[in-house]
Write a protein that binds this ligand. Structure first.
Ligand SMILES: [Zn+2]
Length: 498
């Protein structure tokens, strides 16, 4: 069941934002043409090595990410003093140079660097704000493989991001536990990276924590080493992951494991003493995975589960394969719609990641719409229609603007969640259920494991539907500062029986 309040339908960061920021864009927006963007593929303007760009020109976060290389793998090896919340270790980055490089940047904030090596040789470096500029002894040749190791230690400092005004981002304490929640920029508080979803990579995390603490992270636990007074947990994320989705949870847990559909490993991390009523919130996940499988395709990764913080939050975050939720306040269960929302992000947001932060509705609009679809399946079309009409009336009353954010504070708002979801609903009303789900499946299959832009989605919708007018409809819903009128339902709606 799903509660009938609007708030209950807002997953992720927005759930806490009672004072939501619905900023209306005042000028027409444009959507760039679809591109096969690959990080750091700026044309080489000079024959010799040049410094890689310090940013990827994201419309909202121009300095996030860096040019000149493509990260293939992060190996993050950290020993954590839980009592002091300090860490000591190294991150080794395997990358491919996409141009000849005299120097290149990583995004890294705070902590004290001990040494930087490039291909085994010590390298010079300098730091300015969150930019770490590394100058190797020998320039890096284009297309060569690059191994960069940064050794560091200290106490991570959570950072403020104007896109998430209600919470510091990155590595931080929650009660007695330590956890990482980073969307969009916080990954740089605990490991150096190419900190933008355009450059996804696989991860190994080796986390050494004193007994009796446990350490959970993304992917599959591949090894546990008993060191006497400490334990090393080795986690492998073998599918590409954006840096903002990387997480670590350190605490004392009841770990519940189970076999999921299609061989997916299920493991949930509940702080000791978590009430049964809270744990029960996550019981429908196998049915939700089946629901997504029928509509879109099999679950994208090798594992799924949740990690709970020991304190109530009011928000949840779709950290890849291990969604982060707060404790239920006073033993209250999580809303089923929010559990569905975070799971849906594994397909939309995590497997298909936004090409830029301006495309965040491809995460939030989709996850919100799948909340509504879950309600439609379980409570019927009358309940579903009541939800979409209630949301539409609310958006109209608040003059909710374009779902394409123009600045970081626009990221997690009713525009990206609710108008984003209504954009999909308008498409469904126009093309009918059969074509609508064909479009979503084609979009997912085309961009799974990678990233997509708003223009990529529009192009897919036009191509699969064979209806050029769909482009006009989607552009109106996505760029018009005024909320468009709901389209008349197609004669083909509704016919779905999955
Ligand atoms: Zn979300």
């Amino acid at each position: 069941m799903a509660h009938s309040t609007l708030r209950s339908r807002l997953g992720c960061w927005l759930a806490l934002m009672g004072m939501a920021l619905w900023l209306t864009a005042c000028r027409p927006l444009t959507i760039p043409m679809p591109t096969a963007a690959v990080p750091g593929t700026a044309p080489a303007l000079a024959p010799g090595p040049v410094a890689g760009a310090a940013g990827l020109d994201d419309p909202l976060y121009p300095t996030l990410g860096n040019g000149g290389y493509d990260v293939l793998h992060y190996d993050i090896d950290l020993t954590v003093d839980v009592a002091g919340n300090t860490l000591n270790g190294a991150t080794t980055i395997s990358a491919r140079a996409t141009q000849a490089l005299s120097a290149f940047n990583l995004d890294f904030s705070g902590l004290t660097i001990g040494q930087v090596t490039v291909n085994g040789a010590p390298a010079r470096y300098r730091r300015q704000a969150s930019e770490l500029t590394i100058t190797p002894v020998q320039p890096v040749q284009a297309d060569s493989l690059l191994t960069v190791t940064v050794a560091y230690q200290g106490q991570p400092q959570p950072m403020r991001d104007p896109g998430v005004p209600f919470l510091p981002l990155g590595w931080q304490r929650f009660g007695d536990d330590i956890a990482v929640v980073s969307e969009p920029s916080g990954a740089m508080t605990w490991f150096p990276s190419n900190n933008h979803p355009l450059d996804k990579a696989t991860f190994t995390m080796r986390l050494t924590v004193p007994k009796p603490y446990q350490a959970a992270a993304n992917g599959v636990l591949s090894d546990t080493q008993d060191n006497g007074s400490s334990t090393t947990y080795v986690w492998q994320m073998t599918d590409p992951m954006a840096t903002y989705l990387a997480t670590v949870h350190i605490g004392r847990y009841e770990v519940i494991t189970a076999a999921g559909p299609d061989g997916v490993v299920r493991r949930d991390y509940f702080p000791l003493g978590t009430p049964a009523s809270v744990k029960a919130s996550f019981a429908p996940i196998p049915q939700m995975m089946q629901f997504m499988r029928q509509r879109i395709g099999p679950y994208p990764f090798a594992a799924y589960g949740v990690a709970l913080l020991p304190v109530p939050t009011g928000w949840a975050l779709e950290t890849q394969t291990l969604s982060t939720f707060g404790a239920g306040a006073g033993g209250a269960a999580w809303d089923e719609g929010e559990v569905m929302h975070e799971l849906a992000h594994e397909w939309f947001g995590n497997s298909v990641s936004p090409a830029t932060w301006q495309d965040v509705w491809l995460n939030e609009g989709f996850a919100t719409y799948f909340q509504w679809l879950w309600q439609e399946q379980n409570e019927g079309s009358a309940a579903f229609n009541a939800t979409v009409q209630e949301v539409y009336a609310s958006m109209l009353a608040q003059d909710v603007g374009s779902p394409l954010p123009q600045q970081p504070p626009d990221l997690f708002t009713d525009a990206t969640y609710q108008r984003g979801a209504w954009t999909l609903h308008a498409l469904r009303l126009t093309v009918g259920d059969v074509v609508f789900f064909k479009i979503l499946r084609a979009y997912y299959q085309r961009f799974a494991g990678s990233h997509a832009s708003t223009a990529d989605f529009i192009a897919t919708a036009v191509e699969v539907s064979g209806q050029p007018a769909v482009e006009t409809l989607l552009r109106d819903w996505l760029t018009n500062p005024k909320l468009p009128a709901p389209p008349a339902p197609s004669a083909q709606t509704p016919v779905i029986a999955l």
